[in-house]
Design a protein around this ligand. Structure first.
Ligand SMILES: [Zn+2]
Length: 76
């Protein structure tokens, strides 16, 4: 897969996904992704994107101010 921005090659990696919700900030560590070698742009597969949404939904309801979770360890 090529980078959407700079067209360089993208390789499999992991990243830390930070999401700002209405009431809280959720930090998800070790999220599988593909990362651009040139500009660092990150893309998620459909499965991973859905999983992130599920995790964020959970924390939006939990009313936590800051949450740090491991992608692999969080059983949603
Ligand atoms: Zn790029």
């Amino acid at each position: 897969m090529k980078c959407f921005y700079c067209k360089a090659d993208m390789t499999e990696s992991t990243t830390t996904h930070v999401a700002e919700l209405k009431n809280c900030i959720v930090i998800i560590k070790n999220v599988p992704c593909i990362k651009c070698e040139q500009c660092g742009e990150v893309a998620y597969s459909g499965t991973v994107a859905r999983r992130i949404d599920e995790i964020l939904d959970t924390f939006e309801k939990a009313m936590t101010e800051i949450a740090v979770v491991n992608y692999t360890g969080s059983a949603a």
